[in-house]
Ligand binder design. Structure first.
Ligand code: ADP
Ligand code: ADP
Length: 226
């Protein structure tokens, strides 16, 4: 298991969002997290990704405890081992598609030339070869989400976290984006955790876990793992 959560609880003030959630995800697996609006899916994702700290419980990533790590180490881990795609791409609108994809590499220690070469390769893999020089504010929703996927995968993350990645797209575009995301993740061996309301999006996953009232049903969570 690459990622594992045990007994995760988290409240916002007096509103409980997660209650003793258990989850186990195998390396290379594509897991859809489903459930009603407000059930705690985003909170679960944020806790697994080390963006939020749970009030109690444990998160393990490749045998390392994530929730008790120092902020500096957790930030470093997020930068190097995790990729993120959100509902609205959160691209930098004034920058070009190529700039946006190169950005995480430039923030690391990649040389400019190499960063832009790799950004170009990834844009090509997502069918965006012609749009590298275009500002992302000028792209369609589907194109922008493909740029966001390129940016999330270009650093070679172990785990890609996606929160409603198709939520702002029409269903056909959403399916196409999801197909690309899953295809590339499989080629790269990337583990994917995708929060979605959409059963068609979830149908691309290897399995679904359901969140209801902050409780997670995951039959794999009890498995003995390293
Ligand atoms: P989902 O992703 O399934 O829609 P969330 O994890 O966003 O669920 O939210 C779970 C619960 O926590 C909901 O009741 C929601 O209203 C509440 N919640 C989420 N974020 C906040 C916040 N920043 N402040 C207060 N309550 C929040
Ligand atoms: P989603 O269901 O896609 O996660 P939401 O509309 O539930 O989106 O939440 C959008 C943002 O608002 C999130 O940052 C979430 O933490 C915050 N939020 C959600 N519910 C509440 C709430 N009851 N009070 C304050 N902030 C909230």
């Amino acid at each position: 298991m690459i990622l594992r959560a045990r007994g995760l609880s988290r409240s916002y003030g007096r509103t409980p969002a997660l209650r003793e959630a258990d989850l186990a995800v195998a390396a290379g697996e594509i897991v859809a997290v489903m459930g009603p609006s407000g059930s705690g899916k985003s909170t679960l994702l944020h806790c697994l990704a080390g963006i939020f700290t749970p009030d109690s419980g444990e998160v393990w990533f490749r045998g390392r405890r994530l929730d008790t790590m120092s902020d500096a180490r957790r930030t470093e881990l997020r930068r190097t081992a995790f990729g993120f795609v959100f509902q609205f791409g959160q691209l930098v609108p004034e920058l070009t598609a190529a700039d946006n994809v190169a950005l995480p590499m430039l923030l690391g220690r990649t040389r400019r030339r190499d960063a832009y070469r790799r950004a170009g390769e990834w844009l090509e893999r997502l069918g965006l070869a012609e749009l590298g020089g275009r500002r992302t504010s000028e792209l369609s929703g589907g194109q922008a989400q493909r740029v966001a996927i390129a940016r999330a995968l270009v650093t070679g993350p172990r785990v890609l976290f996606a929160d409603e990645p198709t939520g702002a797209l029409d269903s056909l575009t959403g399916e196409h984006v999801m197909e690309l995301l899953v295809g590339l993740a499989r080629e790269e061996g990337t583990t994917v955790i995708v929060v979605t309301h959409d059963a068609r999006v979830a149908s691309f996953a290897d399995r679904e876990v359901i969140v209801r009232d902050g409780r997670v049903t995951d039959p794999y969570a009890g498995m003995v793992t390293s």
